[in-house]
Design a binder for this molecule. Structure first.
Ligand SMILES: Cc1cc2nc3c(=O)[nH]c(=O)nc-3n(C[C@H](O)[C@H](O)[C@H](O)COP(=O)(O)OP(=O)(O)OC[C@H]3O[C@@H](n4cnc5c(N)ncnc54)[C@H](O)[C@@H]3O)c2cc1C
Length: 386
């Protein structure tokens, strides 16, 4: 196994130890059944890993995004899929940075103890897609409640979370000077919402990602569940998305190491033409190249996480880390599949499962094209495209 040299060996060893109770067979079965790895997520919660980012005064361990990213990386590196639980990590940043003291005092200790989970975030809509500021879900104030109407799509872990962060428009786009203004975010009590105007329709998909269409019909949310100031939601969500991108980069790094470990072992052992296939440089070089790309992406992932933890601007670095790591893990996935020959396609080798899982990160939570567009416009000052 490739030895990662960094200062997080204690975290790595502890997460790895926990993951050893949930072997390949466990995750394979979960994937086949399209079920949720509840036992695994419960074990992570009980061990305190899902509360890594919660400050100690609210019952968490007060670690930074860099440590959170190591936790997510190790899960994927051990053969698991942190897509089942990463939502709580990036949603936490939104609540911590923009929630009121009252909200933090109420929610954070309950999340830290595992009484509540905050795994869902509802942004994407079917008719507007990546053009987020045009979203059509509306919230208007009535007495001490906000009334929500609209629709979302691809919203993950709704049936395995107690709470969800929802982005909705509170001021019509025609009445704001900038299209990013006039949106707000709310904390939704999912169980309550399911009984009062929110319908959840699961979408069966290529990966085992519990993701859904949501329909809101006069869903009432108490005004105290508004996070931060009304109209500022898009900015808050963007902050959280930087954390999400850096965390996804780490997950891709974990996947990438898993693929490289797997393919180096297999190609060293598989004998064809009377020698290990790895003895052929035609086999060695693509593996070496995939590893080099992975190591380079890893540097940008640490840079993004460290900037986030220092409260510094990290939009460019988080986006670049996500793109580099998603590409690196996808290269590693292809190399791993290729040099397992036919066996790469057999479910029992787990490669086809991890291959599907890591492919997602070319599209979600942000597609590679949109990252390129961000860097072109915001870093290189090239003309705005849309
Ligand atoms: C398994 C899964 C889980 C998800 N979980 C969540 C979740 O929990 N919460 C949530 O809010 N969303 C979630 N999403 C949604 C995800 O973030 C979106 O699918 C993604 O951002 C792309 O949006 P879209 O599907 O609407 O694609 P579109 O916006 O329709 O784009 C389609 C393609 O066209 C490209 N494209 C669009 N416009 C341009 C342009 N101007 N220039 C170049 N290329 C362009 C895009 O890059 C993309 O590849 C999830 C998606 C999946 C598949």
């Amino acid at each position: 196994m490739i030895n990662v040299q960094d200062k997080f060996q204690d975290i790595r060893a502890a997460v790895k130890d926990l993951c050893s109770d949930f072997n390949d067979e466990y995750f394979r079965k979960i994937d086949e059944d399209r079920s949720y790895p509840k036992k695994f997520v419960d074990a992570l919660t009980k061990a305190g890993w899902m509360a890594a980012l919660i400050p100690e005064k609210y019952g968490g361990s007060g670690l930074g995004l860099v440590e959170a990213s190591v936790i997510m990386e190790e899960i994927n590196r051990c053969g698991g899929n942190s897509g089942a639980c990463h939502g709580q990590m990036y949603n936490m940043g939104t609540l911590l940075r923009h929630g009121s003291e009252r909200q933090k005092k109420y929610f954070l200790p309950k999340i830290a103890s595992g009484e509540l989970s905050l795994q869902s975030m509802a942004v994407t809509e079917p008719t507007t897609g990546t053009d987020t500021t045009k979203l059509k879900t509306k919230a208007y104030k009535k007495g001490s409640n906000y009334i929500i109407n609209g629709q979302k799509v691809w919203i993950s872990r709704v049936n395995n979370s107690d709470l969800m962060i929802l982005l909705a428009r509170t001021t019509p786009i025609s009445e704001v000077t900038k299209k990013s203004q006039g949106m707000s975010i709310f904390i939704v009590d999912i169980l309550n919402a399911k009984k009062n105007g929110m319908t959840v329709r699961p979408i069966r998909n290529m990966v085992n990602h519990e993701t859904n269409e949501l329909f809101f019909e006069n869903l009432e949310i108490p005004e105290e569940n508004l996070i931060g100031s009304e109209g500022m939601g898009f900015k808050y969500i963007m902050d959280g998305l930087n954390a999400e991108r850096a965390l996804i980069a780490a997950e891709c790094i974990g996947d990438g190491y898993w693929f490289i470990d797997k393919v180096t072992k297999y190609t060293s052992e598989r004998i064809v033409f009377d020698r290990p296939i790895a003895q052929n440089q035609g086999v060695q070089f693509p593996i070496a190249r995939a590893y080099i790309n992975l190591e380079a992406a890893n540097l940008m992932r640490y840079k993004a996480c460290e900037l986030f933890d220092q409260n510094m601007s990290c939009g460019a670095e988080s986006n670049m880390a996500k793109l580099l790591a998603a590409d690196a893990s996808w290269d590693a996935a292809n190399v791993c599949l290729q040099y397992h020959g036919g066996f790469g396609f057999a479910a029992e080798y787990d490669i086809e499962r991890k291959f599907r899982e890591t492919r997602l990160y070319q599209v979600a939570p942000i597609s590679t094209n949109l990252i390129l567009s961000y860097i072109a416009e915001h870093v290189l000052n090239l003309p705005r495209s849309f």
